[in-house]
Design a protein around this ligand. Structure first.
Ligand SMILES: [Zn+2]
Length: 64
């Protein structure tokens, strides 16, 4: 069951990344360049370091 769930999650993640690749957007921040978080311990808006705030898939792929 656990294996099934993690496989399902990975497949879902891969499909999402694939979609973002087609759009040329960073999967981490959805092309925004920043990540909105609801955590009370950090600011609500974090710079996306994986795409260097560009929101581009190509930069994300280099840094992931
Ligand atoms: Zn990003």
């Amino acid at each position: 069951m656990k294996t099934f769930l993690s496989k399902w999650f990975l497949t879902r993640r891969e499909r999402y990344v694939e979609r973002m690749k087609v759009k040329g957007k960073c999967p981490e921040c959805r092309g925004l360049g920043y990540i909105i978080t609801t955590s009370p311990y950090v600011s609500n808006c974090l710079d996306c370091y994986l795409c260097e705030k560009t929101g581009l898939y190509t930069i994300w792929e280099q840094n992931k």
